[in-house]
Ligand binder design. Structure first.
Ligand SMILES: [Zn+2]
Ligand SMILES: [Zn+2]
Length: 247
């Protein structure tokens, strides 16, 4: 942590100890830190069952246990299971974007708790927990990898070991925004590789990948590919939010 970041964190912790806790959605005063107020809470779409057993997409109604969605049946994803705490919509965007581009790193703990609720089974089985890495160019402008903050927070609810630098960006892929699913997959194919110091540790392990938002899944699938090439037994995915398309 840089000195400036440390001062910000320390300063915030000091402020947190003297100021009343604020709602993560609207900054109104709430009873405890890392909470949503009674007005904001109902606006957030937390994902729970019934859902696709593979990718975690919520179903409108219960179809039965162990059912996969049409998208997973048509094209099985590279990961074993994916789960997300929230539907990525206009409401959760208000939470995710400041966390991603601003300095609301204090949200990580609450987000980690929500992710633990959504992905309890994944966290229980995880042996290594790794964030989707940012390219250093983006890390430089953003100062922190929000996926690492989430991975660290979620790892509190897991016996697994946090592996912050398990994966590296092998090449600059530019922004994924505006690309269609196929284009995204092509753009990030072979964009990741294993950090040499984890090459032995990853073999035969169950790895949990953590990111902020699951969009098309192209990025986590490229990460899963790198992990599978390295001999990982299973790759699961846990994100704070995910895009849900109308069936
Ligand atoms: Zn609120
Ligand atoms: Zn699915």
């Amino acid at each position: 942590m840089r000195l400036g970041d440390w001062c910000t964190t320390a300063g915030r912790q000091l402020l947190d100890s003297v100021l009343p806790p604020l709602c993560l959605g609207c900054n109104e005063i709430v009873g405890e830190p890392g909470a949503l107020c009674a007005t904001c809470w109902p606006g957030f779409s937390f994902i729970s069952s019934p859902q696709c057993t593979r990718c975690g997409a919520p179903f409108a109604e219960a179809i039965g246990a162990g059912v996969q969605c049409g998208a997973c049946l048509r094209r099985p994803p590279r990961f074993r299971r994916a789960r997300a705490a929230l539907v990525y919509d206009d409401t959760s965007k208000q939470l995710v974007l400041p966390f991603k581009h601003g300095d609301r790193t204090d949200m990580a703990r609450a987000c980690g708790r929500w992710m633990a609720r959504a992905g309890g089974a994944l966290l229980a089985e995880a042996e290594l927990i790794a964030p989707v890495p940012l390219h250093w160019r983006r890390l430089f402008t953003r100062r922190y990898n929000q996926a690492l903050l989430l991975a660290r927070a979620a790892a509190r609810s897991s016996p697994g070991r946090l592996a912050p630098d398990l994966l590296r960006r092998a090449r600059w892929t530019g922004s994924q925004a505006g690309l269609r699913a196929e284009e995204r997959r092509e753009n990030v194919r072979r964009a990741f590789d294993l950090h040499p110091r984890w090459v032995d540790a990853v073999r035969n392990r169950t790895v949990l990948l953590v990111d902020d938002v699951l969009t098309t899944g192209a990025t986590v699938e490229a990460c899963a590919l790198a992990l599978q090439r390295g001999g990982a037994r299973h790759v699961d995915v846990l994100t704070l939010a995910r895009v849900v398309r109308a069936a």
